[in-house]
Write a protein that binds this ligand. Structure first.
Ligand code: HMG
Ligand code: MG
Length: 307
């Protein structure tokens, strides 16, 4: 079985990870997290989300965060925008990429962005156009690509319908998202194949939450299709405030460990990444969900006792 020799990781911890924290995380801590992630070698960081602060209060500091992140270091920053007001925030923040997020499930679309799938595409059209005119890259995310917390199973055809609609309005890259982490390898592959029918390989990525512990298996199955761009969240932070019960994205540390173990280059320094994850977890009073981070911490404790 051949696999890509290099994988691009999009670190979504500062956005997808922290958006779900109920206690406010200061902008200074978010900026420091981004600084540490960049120093660990991550070149694509989703750092902000210009959504309604009434809907996701944790992201209200996005402008401040974007004003403080390190620049000129080869890192590309992306940020979410659900409408034109969001695009305005993204442009003012000088992000490199805007993310528009649609859903393959009607029920989730209504809960997450308060409109139908069709209305969301209409709303995104001027956002995409404005972003492209401003020279930004536009990434699309299709949530609930295998399952929905309100509707249950989602068929590949429903994913393809949204992929086609997003492509028609000019979205350049298609992220297939298992929002609630229910996907298993063959189902995730079936969803990705619907995106690959319309986008070239390098413009398709996987965004897998790890609720059911399937995310690494799903990444491996995606690699076997040749997909080589994945979102991941440091320390496995996060979830979606509008997807009850969903846990965070696959932990970046675990993905890096697996890929390096397979001889696949990521450009990421695993030790520095683990330290970044442990640092933010201390700040927010959590244990890292990353198995690799926990295993390394345990082996350090054992080594400490032996020494
Ligand atoms: P709405 O209530 O229908 O919007 O929400 P509205 O246009 O009626 O506006 C309501 C209020 O929000 C107004 O303020 C607007 O100005 C304000 P008021 O007049 O009441 O004071 N507002 C905004 N403020 C700041 N920035 C904005 C903005 N837009 C309106 N951009 C809306 C519709 C889309 C705004 C809302 O539903 C929303 O913000 N939803 C975001 C939900 C969200 O962020 N979910 C998590 C991210 S998606 C995700 O995690 C999935 C992903 O990871 C992939 C996966 O795993 O599936 C990407
Ligand atoms: Mg997500």
């Amino acid at each position: 079985m051949s696999h890509p020799t290099r994988v691009t990781l999009v670190e979504v911890g500062p956005r997808d990870g922290l958006q779900n924290e109920s206690a406010p995380v200061s902008a200074a801590d978010k900026i420091e997290l981004v600084r540490r992630l960049a120093a660990a070698g991550l070149k694509e960081i989703e750092a902000a989300s210009f959504v309604s602060p009434k809907w996701v209060p944790q992201m209200a500091t996005s402008a401040e965060v974007m004003a403080g992140v390190p620049r000129g270091n080869g890192v590309r920053y992306s940020a979410l925008a659900p409408n034109m007001k969001g695009l305005q925030g993204v442009l003012e923040a000088k992000a490199d990429e805007v993310v528009v997020f649609a859903s393959a499930s009607e029920a989730f679309s209504r809960r997450n962005i308060n409109c139908s799938i069709e209305e969301s595409i209409e709303r995104f059209a001027p956002v995409v156009q404005g972003a492209l005119e401003a020279g930004l890259k536009v990434r699309g995310a299709v949530s609930c690509a295998v399952g929905c917390p309100f509707q249950g199973e989602v068929a590949p055809g429903e994913v393809e319908r949204v992929v086609v609609a997003l492509k028609a309005i000019g979205v350049q890259h298609m992220g297939i998202a298992d929002t609630i982490g229910v996907g298993t390898p063959l189902r995730v592959r079936a969803a990705l194949e619907r995106a690959l029918a319309h986008y070239p390989l390098h413009q398709v990525s996987g965004h897998f939450h790890d609720t059911y512990g399937q995310a690494l298996a799903n990444i491996l199955a995606s690699l076997e299709l040749g997909v080589h761009v994945f979102d991941a969240s440091v320390a496995g932070l996060g979830g979606c405030p509008y997807a009850p019960g969903a846990t965070g994205n696959v932990a970046t540390e675990d993905v890096v460990y697996m890929l390096h173990g397979m001889g696949i280059d990521t450009g990421v320094d695993l030790d520095a990444l683990i330290e970044a994850g442990q640092w933010i977890c201390e700040r927010i009073g959590r244990e890292p969900a990353s198995r690799v981070s926990r295993a390394k911490a345990a082996s350090r404790r054992v080594a400490g006792r032996a020494g």
